[in-house]
Design a protein around this ligand. Structure first.
Ligand code: ADP
Ligand code: MG
Length: 373
């Protein structure tokens, strides 16, 4: 006898895997159909609605950041500023054994009087301090130069950017982003998991072929369990978060029956599965430390936005194709309001995070991982 359930699963899986691989020709055809609104319309109707906020446009928004960089590359003096900032960030993130060498390179290229790569926009005070500086003082001066460079970019370069064709392109993307999204924008594939208020499915944007996970919250179930406020809060919080270690929200839309949150697709299963179901129980120490470090970055980012996560457990840590992990399920997270204390107890009881990852302890006891950090 044919197992129809099994067959259905097989078909759903095959369709999903095919979509992930992507048909190049089909994608090219679809990309061509992706047309941006006209620049005239954008200058007239969109420009006035986008506040000229440097931090938001050129630092936080990936498309704005990319276009601003492309614009800077067209003017040599501006390009110097960007190159210097890149070098500083490379130096800041470098391993200890290359740090000193990198710093020397930056200093001789950017601050020596005879160098072509000198930064002409630095204040005379700072430039002369560099000429006399020695050893320990230098890292501090580089930080000051970094601040002056950022301030420089916020002024003339940002103004000129707003008059350039690169900014027109940014406005076109802004207009595109504001178009309402419905379920027709996506193909839907198999279920990836089940949540308290509905399923999470794999979906694909028709225009670009990009795959995402869609958390579908059943409106009726939300209403029955008074979950509407929580669902909206989850969306609001996800909108604010920009971290490589927390799932990000790409789209949100509703259908008659569901609220849908479209998020980064995490194909590698959750940490609980990896701890208990793959090989022997527990992870190697190196892996446990690696994931814990990524999750600490996630929690620190949330805390920097005054968000408390409150649901720390291996089940909520999802893996991607490349072996990196992200925190997911911000359904219990809350925004802390300055001056108010939070004292309700929610989430899963969890103690000894590392011991759980190593497979030494079961999940039990109570810890405020999210509060302590
Ligand atoms: P709930 O808030 O109802 O607990 P979750 O956000 O935890 O819902 O999602 C339920 C399940 O769906 C998860 O346990 C996981 O298996 C799967 N899932 C959730 N988000 C993703 C994602 N971004 N990528 C892949 N699977 C996901
Ligand atoms: Mg969950």
């Amino acid at each position: 006898m044919c197992d129809m359930g099994g067959l259905d699963n097989l078909i759903a899986n095959t369709a999903y895997l095919q979509a992930r691989e992507g048909d190049v020709k089909e994608l090219q055809k679809r990309r061509k159909s992706l047309s941006l609104p006209s620049t005239d319309f954008c200058r007239k109707d969109i420009k006035a609605t986008v506040p000229p906020d440097y931090e938001s446009i050129c630092v936080q928004q990936p498309i704005g950041q990319r276009l601003f960089r492309n614009f800077l590359a067209t003017i040599p003096e501006y390009q110097l500023a960007q190159d210097f900032l890149d070098e500083v960030s490379e130096w800041e993130l470098a391993e200890d054994y290359t740090k000193e060498q990198l710093l020397e390179k930056v200093v001789s290229r950017r601050f020596k009087e005879e160098s072509d790569g000198r930064l002409p926009f630095l204040s005379p005070e700072l430039s002369s301090r560099f000429q006399e500086a020695q050893g320990k003082e230098i890292p501090g001066l580089v930080q000051l130069a970094k601040e002056e460079t950022s301030t420089f970019l916020m002024e003339a370069p940002f103004q000129d950017f707003q008059d350039s064709s690169f900014y027109d392109r940014f406005l076109q993307w802004k207009a595109f982003e504001r178009q309402p999204v419905t379920h027709k924008y996506f193909y839907e594939f198999r279920m990836l998991g089940k949540g308290g208020f509905g399923e999470v499915c794999a979906i694909q944007v028709k225009n670009t072929g990009k795959m995402y996970a869609c958390k579908k919250l059943d409106k009726k179930r939300l209403k029955k369990k008074n979950g509407e406020k929580m669902a909206l809060l989850e969306k609001e919080i996800l909108e604010k978060v920009h971290s490589p270690f927390v799932v990000s929200l790409a789209y949100a839309y509703e259908t008659k029956s569901h609220l849908c949150l479209v998020m980064s697709l995490m194909n590698g299963g959750d940490l609980k599965f990896h701890i208990y179901n793959v090989g022997e129980r527990g992870l190697e120490t190196k892996r446990a430390i690696f994931y814990s470090a990524q999750i600490c970055c996630a929690i620190l980012h949330l805390h920097s936005l005054n968000i408390l996560y409150r649901d720390m457990k291996p089940e909520n840590v999802l893996m991607d194709d490349n072996g990196n992990c992200r925190l997911s399920d911000l359904g219990l997270a809350i925004k802390v309001i300055e001056g108010k204390t939070i004292n309700h107890r929610v989430g899963t009881r969890l103690s000894h995070w590392l011991l759980i990852l190593l497979g030494v302890e079961e999940e039990r006891g109570l810890s405020y991982f999210s509060l302590v950090l």
